[in-house]
Ligand binder design. Structure first.
Ligand code: 5GP
Length: 186
């Protein structure tokens, strides 16, 4: 039997990456797809673990070779999921989670109609801004761009099958775990 594909998207700062990293650590049957990006690594990020960091040139070449399942321009950089990250694993029956933006989520759903789309959002815009500032990883320009883009991203919520309001990480992980278990059991 083929594995299931889960997509988690939502505004930057909502907490989806924390939730995703923790759940794949705990759930041994769930695998995280490592995305490719042209963004520069943040301090502490490791190539091949957090992302495959690559130049725009290399990303472009891979687009031309049709190596991506989906890709998008997000906050001024390219991000994409390589076919090689998911195809073999799905065929081996492994469940995979993609932590990608809303444009990518839409593309995945078109190619994999049974993919489960989960939207993760902060309880309010004020809380989102607080979290974005609190992580101390981005410059003011980047924070402002991400906040502006969050308004656009929120419009995709209705296209997503499941919504998690991330008030508290542990509670959100329980919600996501339940969604995954229910879908896998179908
Ligand atoms: P960050 O720069 O904070 O790591 O990620 C910025 C945005 O890019 C987030 O919304 C994240 O979900 C999205 N993203 C990460 N990887 C991918 C990917 O492979 N494809 C797409 N479409 N978006 C991605």
């Amino acid at each position: 039997m083929k594995g299931k594909l889960f997509v988690i998207s939502g505004p930057s700062g909502a907490g989806k990456s924390t939730i995703t990293k923790l759940i794949v650590k705990r759930e041994k049957t769930l695998f995280l797809s490592v995305s490719s990006t042209t963004r520069t690594p943040r301090s502490g990020e490791v190539n091949g673990v957090d992302y495959y960091f690559m130049s725009k040139d290399e990303f472009q070449k891979r687009i031309e070779k049709d190596e991506f399942v989906e890709y998008a321009l997000v906050h001024g950089n390219y991000y994409g999921t390589l076919k090689s990250e998911i195809e073999n694993k799905l065929n081996e029956g492994k469940n995979i989670i993609l932590e990608i933006d809303v444009q990518g989520g839409e593309q995945v759903k078109k190619k994999f109609s049974d993919a489960v789309l989960v939207f993760c959002k902060a309880p309010s815009n004020e809380e989102l801004e607080k979290r974005l500032r609190g992580r101390n990883t981005d410059s003011e320009d980047v924070i402002m761009l991400r906040l502006k883009n969050s308004l656009e991203e929120m419009k995709y919520e209705s296209k997503y099958e499941k919504v998690i309001i991330n008030r508290e990480i542990e509670d959100s992980i329980i919600q996501l775990k339940k969604i995954i278990e229910e879908e896998v059991a179908k």
